[in-house]
Design a protein around this ligand. Structure first.
Ligand code: KG4
Ligand code: ZN
Length: 347
């Protein structure tokens, strides 16, 4: 098979995503978000997300097939997120993908959502130089990954010891009275702020922390520090300088993420750095990493912002790479794995 035609279903959190790729060419990427249903709760409600996937999946598959101008019978494989993610939400996607694969008589690939955030860049920029270092920054995960083979060999070099970067954005947004998800609104508010206005802490960068946690992250102290600063300002009866707080918080996050990424890339001796996950859509992270990667002589790969947040194309992209590498399909017996480790590319 030269260029496999693959459909990918994503349902691990609050986006119902359906993507269709042929090899590394993106043909369709349809996303139905249930975020509006979660806003008043200030975060994703799992039960609400599962029900939303159930009603959105079939129409989203139909829209994607129409956009890609393909007949589902012509697919070479069906791919679906097997984990990590919300259990109920994963189960809805898996059951649908199994039904589709069984009905069409096509192989089923249950793939890792985190690897999807890395593999999606291949749809934008083609073949990834191996080995590469990937910075994965999403709402649930923040990790540095040594990618020796996108379909078979991915090792975690470090990760957050508490909150994920996206989680920190979402929690700080709540402190500031901004809506969920916090990332995009803080990114926007920060545009008019001074990133040096307030010096917030950079987690796990002190010398004694670096000994044990050189490639790990911590954002919970930063979140608390922002909350304390805002609380104190309110007690003092002062106005909250929203743009300055947003910019200063964002600078602390992006400073640590980029510094540790460059350090890990140098340590591993790779030539290429890649970013993925919802926070990879952040304008300051993209800009600062561009500066620092160029200064240190690394090639930097950044998927377009619309492909950084959850979508089905990234799931199809993983299966497409797995097929290219000769990885066997998962079969119809697979289960959802809410804690699927990043080293498992295909279940
Ligand atoms: O990858 P993703 O869509 O879902 C997960 O797998 O978690 O990431 C969602 C996270 C949320 O925490 C959201 O606030 C954050 O990505 N995010 C951003 C931006 N866009 C989304 N964070 C910072 N800046 C952004 N522009
Ligand atoms: Zn994600």
């Amino acid at each position: 098979m030269s260029e496999p035609l693959v459909l990918g279903l994503e349902s691990s959190c609050d986006e119902t995503g359906v993507g269709i790729v042929r090899g590394r060419t993106l043909l369709a990427n349809e996303v139905a978000s249930s975020v509006d249903l979660h806003v008043r709760f200030g975060g994703v409600v799992p039960e609400v997300a599962s029900r939303a996937h159930l009603s959105a999946l079939i129409p989203t598959i139909e829209r994607a097939a129409e956009k890609a101008d393909i007949d589902l019978a012509d697919l070479d494989a069906v791919a679906v997120t097997a984990g990590p993610g919300l259990m109920g939400a994963l189960v809805v996607g898996l059951a649908s993908a199994k039904a589709l694969a069984a009905y069409l008589g096509k192989p089923l690939y249950g793939v890792n959502h985190l690897v999807g955030h890395v593999a999606v860049d291949l749809l934008d920029h083609g073949e990834l130089p191996m080995p590469s270092l990937a910075l994965l920054v999403s709402g649930g995960h923040t990790s540095l990954l040594h990618v020796e083979d996108i379909a078979t060999r991915i090792t975690e070099v470090g990760s957050t010891i508490d909150d994920a970067a996206g989680e920190a954005y979402d929690k700080v947004a709540r402190v500031l009275g901004l809506p969920y998800p916090g990332g995009p609104v803080i990114d926007k508010a920060a545009q008019d702020g001074d990133p040096t206005a307030i010096r917030f802490p950079r987690g796990l960068t002190a010398r004694h922390d670096l000994e044990k946690h050189r490639f790990d992250f911590s954002f919970s102290g930063l979140k608390t520090s922002v909350a304390r600063w805002v609380e104190q300002r309110r007690l003092d009866g002062g106005e909250i300088p929203l743009a300055d707080v947003a910019a200063s918080f964002q600078e602390a996050v992006c400073d640590v993420l980029t510094a540790k990424t460059i350090d890990a890339a140098q340590h591993l001796g790779v030539n290429s750095i890649l970013i993925g996950g919802g926070v990879a859509a952040n304008s300051r992270l993209r800009g600062l990493l561009e500066e620092r990667a160029a200064a240190a002589g690394f090639e930097l790969r950044r998927p377009r912002p619309a492909l950084c947040t959850d979508n089905g194309a990234m799931i199809a992209a993983v299966a497409s790479e797995a097929i290219r590498a000769g990885v066997r399909p998962s079969g119809l017996g697979i289960s959802a794995d809410s804690g699927m480790p990043v080293g498992t590319v295909v279940a």
